[in-house]
Design a protein around this ligand. Structure first.
Ligand SMILES: C[S@@+](CC[C@H](N)C(=O)[O-])C[C@H]1O[C@@H](n2cnc3c(N)ncnc32)[C@H](O)[C@@H]1O
Length: 298
């Protein structure tokens, strides 16, 4: 615990500017082309997959496999398919959008992302793949969507809604832009059920990693908020045991200097069952990781 507190304080001391900045865009500019802080490769390796999520490590033992497996968890929850007009918010470098087109044959994807640098790079990636006309990416916020009512069949948020100011405002916007019978699906960090009050270190870490305090509730409250807005068929699965232990081991390898390509983690069923590594996430208080899906009534 003590080591983890020191880690949080170190992160705050090394990058105090993040405490003063209201937008997560500055954080994602700093991360650059790598999910691990301080490992920005300046986009030199054009073959590097540009995922920025924690990954789903049930079977996967490398980061690109785990990140894609998490995108599959979300794609399955959204029931993505070839007739979908999808709105994908917080798309990072659009790695998930290319993956969903390949895996599910999604008809059309519109993306909204608050980090202009990511949008610019992603637009170039769309062009390189000849996907203009099928993937359309914009700078903007998930909490203020510039689209008409009932414009989309599906809305997805892959590991980003915890940043939104607020997540609940995004739920309202998602409900508005979905057509009747459409579906919202999220992969998201939350509080665990039954956890106590946030500590000072939690609050400092949340500020450093751009998570508004208003988003700090558990999956039961998450469900209530979706239902209060009008969503039905709300489904939730906690996948935290398949997220935290794997990504903590991956971070440890990378911080020893192993490259993304060479990092292969070892992870036993016992470590998964005990959710090893969860201590690190206790810093922020975001100790649950959930997949939600919810439908707009017909
Ligand atoms: C953890 S990254 C996940 C990126 C991507 N989904 C992935 O899995 O690789 C979070 C993303 O959310 C975006 N983001 C944060 N706040 C946002 C907002 N209010 N509206 C839209 N995007 C936002 C960030 O720019 C970043 O791309």
């Amino acid at each position: 615990m003590f080591v983890n507190v020191l880690r949080a304080l170190e992160a705050v001391i090394l990058t105090p500017k993040f405490l003063l900045n209201p937008s997560p865009a500055s954080y994602y500019e700093y991360l650059g082309d790598d999910v691990i802080e301080g490992q920005h490769g300046k986009f030199v390796d054009t073959k590097k997959p540009l995922w920025l999520n924690l990954g789903y490590w049930k079977v996967a033992r490398t980061y690109p496999e785990a990140a894609a497996a998490l995108a599959t968890q979300l794609g399955d929850a959204a029931a993505l398919g070839p007739s979908d007009a999808l709105l994908d918010v917080g798309f990072g470098f659009a790695e998930q959008d290319f993956f969903w087109i390949e895996r599910y044959g999604v008809k059309h994807i519109t993306g909204v992302n608050i980090t202009a640098m990511q949008v610019e790079r992603s637009q170039a990636r769309v062009k390189d793949r000849g996907l203009e006309g099928r993937v359309e990416l914009h700078v903007g916020s998930a909490t203020k969507l510039e689209f008409g009512d009932a414009s989309f069949d599906k809305v997805t948020a892959l590991e980003c809604a915890h940043h939104f100011d607020t997540r609940e405002q995004f739920f309202r916007e998602a409900f508005r832009v979905l057509r009747s019978g459409g579906r919202l699906a999220t992969a998201d960090g939350t509080r665990s059920v039954g956890e106590g009050k946030l500590t000072f270190i939690n609050k400092l870490s949340l500020k450093r990693w751009f998570v508004p305090l208003a988003n700090m509730y558990d999956r039961d409250e998450y469900r209530r908020k979706l239902e209060a807005i009008g969503f039905v068929n709300v489904r939730c699965e906690s996948i935290r045991n398949y997220v935290f232990p794997g990504v903590v081991k991956y971070h440890a390898l990378r911080n020893k200097g192993v490259t993304m390509q060479d990092a292969v983690i070892e992870l036993s069923q016992d470590e998964i069952d005990r959710c090893v590594g969860i201590e690190l996430w206790k810093l922020t208080g975001l100790t649950d990781y959930v997949i939600f899906s919810a439908d707009k009534p017909l």
